[in-house]
Design a protein around this ligand. Structure first.
Ligand SMILES: Nc1nc2c(ncn2[C@@H]2O[C@H](COP(=O)(O)OP(=O)(O)OP(=O)(O)O)[C@@H](O)[C@H]2O)c(=O)[nH]1
Ligand SMILES: [Mg+2]
Length: 454
C-alpha cells in the first residue's frame, strides 16, 4: 500500500463539507493539483471556467449517472485553501455524496484529515493562525455572542493588534541594532524612549490578557447551582428557568436526590444550571449521598442561587444554611411569592433578595437580570477582542520578558545586546500568536480539533 504523508501539500484532498445526513443540498470539496481534472472527469465537462457556477451531471467511472448539480471551480491562489479547489453541490443524499467522494478518490484524491483544508489555507498564507482558530471557534460557537467573538478574530482584528505591538518592538530592535553596529555614526538610543515604548506595549498586552477570562464566560459559560432546604422550590425554580418540567417536583421533602443539569442561555451566556438535593440533617442513606453531591456541586459553581420559601419566611434553618455557604456570595431568592399575602413581610428579611414565584413565573426575568449582572460582562460585545488560552499563554510569556527588561533597564542601559535579545524574545512570543513561527505540535493541536471537511 502506498504510504501517504497525512499532511503532504502535494496530495489532492476531498471531503464532504456538509454533514452526512439527508438534506436539501450537500457539498463536496476537492483541493489540490488534481482538483480541476477530477472535476472535469466527474462532470464530463471540459471547459470549466473559474468562479462560475456550472450546472452539470456527475458520473462514476463506468459512466453511470450519480446525480445532477452544481460545480464551481476556484483557481489557485484565489480559493479558501490557496490551491485549485472544486466544489460539487449535489442533492443532500448520503449515498450520492459517498459516491462522489469515492469517485474523487478513484481519480487520485485522498480523504482529508480533520481541519486539513484550513491547515492548507494557513500554510499557503491565506489566513494566519488566529484566523484558523477562529474558524473552528465559529463552527463550535453555541451562542450568538460566542460567534461574534470568533468573527472578530476571523476578521483579523487580533492579528492587527498583535502586529501593531510587534511593530513597536521591531522598531526598538532596529534602533538598538543600529547603535550596536555603527556606534560612531548612530546616536545612542534614548533609554527613556525605550522605557515608554515597552510600557505602551505592556499596557496593551495587559488589556488583551484581561480579555481572556471574560471571553471564557461568553464561550465556555458558567455553572449555576440552586441550593436550599428541602421543599423550598428549588426544582420548581430550575424548571421555571429552563422553561419546561424537567425536574420532579413534589410536596414531599427530599424529592430531589441526585443533582440534575441542564444547559440554558441567559442573554447569550451559556449557563449550566444545576438542581440539587435539599440540604438538611437526615438519616436516609440515599438522601445523604445526594447531600454530599450537593456540597461538591456547590464548590464547583461559579454562581449559587440560595432559595428559601418566602411564604414561610427566613427560618432558623435557612439562616444556619446560609451561614454555611455565604462565602460563595449567593444570590438569595425568596420563592413562592404568590402565597405571600402580607407584602410588607418581605422587608423584614435581609436585603438584596429577589422574590419570585416559580409557579406563576413572577420575578423570573428579574432573577435572570441579576444573574447576568453578576457576570459583569456586556450584552453586546461590539468589535471587542477576546483571546483564547493559547494567545493568553504567549502573551504572558511576552509580558514576563518585557517586565524583566523594564525592571533592569538601568543596568541594561550599558548592556544593550542583552536588552535587544530580551525584546527579540518578547517579539517572538507575539509571532507565535499569529503563527509566523510555529511547530508541528502546535499545528497538530489546533487542526485536530476541527471537524472533517473544514
Ligand atoms: N405556590 C407555590 N408553590 C410552589 C412554588 N414553588 C414550588 N412550590 C411547591 O413547593 C413544593 C416543593 O417544590 P420542589 O420544587 O419540589 O422543592 P425542592 O426545593 O426541589 O424540594 P427537594 O427536592 O425536596 O429539596 C411543591 O409542592 C411545589 O409545587 C411557588 O412558586 N409557588
Ligand atoms: Mg427538588
Amino acid at each position: 500500500m502506498k504510504q501517504i504523508n497525512p499532511f503532504s501539500l502535494e496530495d489532492t484532498i476531498v471531503a464532504n463539507v456538509t454533514p452526512l445526513v439527508p438534506s436539501a443540498v450537500s457539498i463536496v470539496r476537492i483541493s489540490g493539483k488534481k482538483a480541476l481534472d477530477i472535476g472535469k472527469t466527474i462532470s464530463k465537462k471540459d471547459n470549466i471556467e473559474p468562479r462560475k457556477v456550472h450546472f452539470v451531471r456527475f458520473y462514476d467511472q463506468n459512466e453511470n449517472l450519480i446525480d445532477e448539480g452544481l460545480l464551481i471551480y476556484f483557481k489557485a491562489p484565489n480559493s479558501f485553501t490557496g490551491e485549485d479547489v472544486v466544489e460539487i453541490h449535489t442533492h443532500g443524499s448520503v449515498p450520492v455524496v459517498k459516491r462522489i467522494i469515492d469517485e474523487a478518490i478513484n481519480l487520485g484524491a485522498r480523504f482529508a484529515e480533520a481541519g486539513e483544508f484550513t491547515k492548507r489555507a494557513f500554510l499557503n498564507g491565506k489566513i494566519d493562525l488566529t484566523q484558523a482558530e477562529a474558524i473552528a471557534q465559529l463552527i463550535e460557537a453555541k451562542t450568538s455572542t460566542a460567534s461574534k467573538i470568533a468573527v472578530n478574530i476571523l476578521e483579523g482584528k487580533l492579528s492587527e493588534q498583535i502586529n501593531n505591538l510587534r511593530k513597536v518592538l521591531l522598531n526598538l530592535i532596529t534602533l538598538i541594532e543600529a547603535e550596536l553596529n555603527f556606534p560612531e555614526d548612530v546616536e545612542e538610543v534614548d533609554i527613556e524612549h525605550i522605557q515608554k515604548e515597552i510600557e505602551k506595549v505592556l499596557s496593551q498586552i495587559d488589556r488583551l490578557i484581561s480579555s481572556y477570562k471574560k471571553g471564557q464566560i461568553y464561550t465556555q459559560g458558567i455553572k449555576l447551582a440552586i441550593i436550599g432546604r428541602p421543599n423550598v422550590g428549588k426544582s420548581s425554580l430550575f424548571n421555571a428557568l429552563i422553561g419546561y418540567e424537567r425536574a420532579i417536583v413534589s410536596e414531599y421533602q427530599g424529592t430531589t436526590r441526585d443533582f440534575i443539569e441542564e444547559n440554558i442561555s441567559i442573554k447569550g451566556i451559556p449557563v449550566k444550571l444545576l438542581d440539587t438535593a435539599g440540604l438538611r440533617e437526615t438519616n436516609d442513606t440515599i438522601e445523604k449521598i445526594g447531600i454530599q453531591k450537593t456540597k461538591e456541586k456547590l464548590e464547583e459553581a461559579d454562581i449559587v442561587i440560595f432559595v428559601f420559601d418566602a411564604s414561610e419566611g427566613w427560618t432558623k434553618e435557612d439562616k444556619t444554611l446560609y451561614e454555611e455557604i455565604k462565602q460563595k456570595k449567593p444570590i438569595i431568592v425568596g420563592n413562592k411569592i404568590d402565597l405571600l399575602l402580607d407584602k410588607n413581610h418581605r422587608n423584614n428579611i435581609i436585603k438584596d433578595i429577589i422574590y419570585v414565584s416559580s409557579k406563576t413565573k413572577q420575578g423570573i426575568p428579574l432573577l435572570e437580570e441579576k444573574i447576568f449582572e453578576r457576570l459583569n460582562v456586556k450584552e453586546d460585545i461590539g468589535d471587542e477582542i477576546y483571546i483564547n488560552f493559547r494567545h493568553y499563554k504567549a502573551l504572558e510569556k511576552s509580558k514576563a520578558t518585557l517586565e524583566s527588561s523594564l525592571k533592569n533597564l538601568e543596568m541594561l542601559k550599558n548592556q544593550k545586546e542583552i536588552l535587544m535579545l530580551d525584546i527579540q524574545e518578547a517579539e517572538k512570543h507575539l509571532e507565535e500568536i499569529i503563527g509566523e513561527i510555529t511547530t508541528e505540535d502546535v499545528l497538530g493541536n489546533i487542526f485536530s480539533n476541527f471537524c472533517i471537511g473544514k
